[in-house]
Design a protein around this ligand. Structure first.
Ligand code: UDP
Ligand code: MG
Length: 171
């Protein structure tokens, strides 16, 4: 079996419900390593890019509001925790721990089965995102993380020079 990487997000409902510890505990049962982690305030652009495959679905506007935490009133619930996990057969194993997309159909022991719900607007608030296949995982990891934010170069990189680039530093 091959070593794989994938993106896991603790979505705004997971953050708001203070489920971070519970979710990471369930994920740790798979004995995988975290090779990147950060808190991300989710812009409209990032939300649209992340869920581009669902752009024609009727629930797409609500899905963008959900992943941006807008349905929870914005700050401080306008963010997600993002992780890159690595391990043997990681995608299938983590998807199993995450559970089915619809929390009502998910195994009750899975993260989504235990903590998810369906809102009155019909959105599945399922507390985590979990990449579902290798090409999707690569696209998502590259969307959410820069090479320097992951402890290994899991994909080929290139050196680029950006002229006149302003950066914010600690004062
Ligand atoms: N979603 C939803 N209703 C649906 C299908 C999906 O609200 O009928 C939401 C749900 O939050 C899900 C996300 O859209 O996690 C992405 O959908 P996808 O089919 O990719 O499911 P996932 O890969 O997250 O299990
Ligand atoms: Mg998906």
């Amino acid at each position: 079996m091959a070593v794989e990487q994938l993106l896991i997000l603790i979505k705004p409902d997971g953050v708001k419900k203070s489920l971070t510890g519970n979710i990471l505990t369930k994920l740790s049962e798979a004995r995988m390593v975290i090779i990147g982690s950060k808190t991300v305030k989710v812009s409209r652009e990032l939300a649209e890019k992340h869920y581009w495959q669902l752009k024609d679905k009727p629930f797409f506007p609500e899905l963008l509001d959900y992943i941006q935490g807008k349905i929870f009133g914005g700050a401080p619930w306008d963010r997600v925790l993002a992780f890159v996990y690595q391990g043997e057969d990681a995608i299938a194993r983590m998807r199993k721990i995450a559970g089915a997309t619809n929390p009502e159909e998910a195994d009750p022991i899975s993260i989504r089965g235990a903590y998810g719900r369906i809102t009155t607007k019909g959105v599945y608030e399922n507390v985590v995102h979990c990449s579902s296949e290798i090409s999707e995982a690569e696209r998502e990891i590259k969307l959410w993380f820069k090479p320097e934010e992951i402890v290994y170069n899991i994909y080929p990189t290139k050196e680029i020079t950006i002229e006149n680039k302003k950066e914010t530093a600690w004062a």
